[in-house]
Design a protein around this ligand. Sequence first.
Ligand code: RTP
Ligand code: MG
Length: 381
Amino acid sequence: MESNPQTSVGTGKTSSEKAVIWDMDGIIVDSAQHHLKGWQIVFQKRGANYTEEDFWRNTGKRSDTIVKNILGEKISSDEIMDIIREKDETFRQLMGKDIKALPGVLELITSLKEHGFKIAIASSAPIENIRLITQSLKIYNRFDAIISGWEVTKGKPNPQTFLLAAEKLGVEAKNCIVIEDAISGVTASKKAGMSCIAVTNTTPREELQEADLVINTLEKITIDDLENLLHQRSSYMEKSLVLIKPDAMQRGLAGTIIAHLEKQGLKLVAVKVLHLNKALARRHYAVHKDKPFFNGLVDYISSVPIVAAVFEGEEAIAVIRKTMGATDPAKAEAGTIRHDFGVDIEHNSVHGSDSIETAEKEIKLFFTEDEIFGYHPETGT
Ligand code: RTP
Ligand code: MG
């Protein structure tokens, strides 16, 4: 018996490490027909029909979800476990005779390890299936972490499986690429804030468009393609400082403004209430120090306690500037924060950084690194 791949919990804060997280069924092996057969046998015994269409609709989902989808929510958890055990035993008997890696898989795993990528399996399958397949392909020990469907409370399309994989690997979500064939897996990877390559092994191309890259086979994927995906992603992901200005604070609009920004898909990664002193106000608005309105602006922003926040997301800076609207509320487009809540050019409710460089400087004025939490959109958990 081979030893367990490393499963220690990382800090999640390392920045240079990168990882590829593999789905197993439909990506590493073509196991669909054996799964279908296994399900058909157990469902038939219980008087339910399980068509190929049912099968494809449920692909990528965890077994307990599939049982409930077919036999109804009322079924007891003991019975669910019996059905799944029986199905998996049948599956492993059928699969055991027929384990072949899909084209390009073994070569890509070797190449990833040579190029310093960490690799994990994050599958909805039980650990017995993962062991059977990876041990028979002699790749079990190559993985730095293995997550089975039963280690999470919510299966794909919830992002938990992938977030746990990233945590075990000690690699930030934005530096992870998921390889998936199922729609639920692609959705989970995007909710986890990861890049995604979808392979059309089991699902038509047009249904996988949420992925960053859709390909027909892993044979053609190169390390350069993967590096490009990560680079593309890191250039989209931005942080921006947002201040809720005194006029909005005095009218109790902080929550409303934060909600507006969250609705744009931005994530709140740091927030505090503070009363700016003049020195901090001057440093924050230093670019305007020679403008006639500078002193008034400094007095205003330091007049009462305000909210400072950091938002993160794809092109966060542009998204926030657009959501805020023009500096002068009178010129701001309808529906923008400044149009809806701003009073005049000074009392314009909100500040947002205007470039990547200013965002970096401004965030450092208000927050230490420990106060900022990385992109970690654990939706529904
Ligand atoms: P902010 O920095 O506050 O997000 O606003 P912004 O980028 O849209 O505008 P910016 O040009 O950076 O100006 C900073 C703040 O100065 C005040 N201002 N007053 N009286 C004036 O002509 C004038 N021009 C700018 C505004 O309160 C603006 O938010
Ligand atoms: Mg500005």
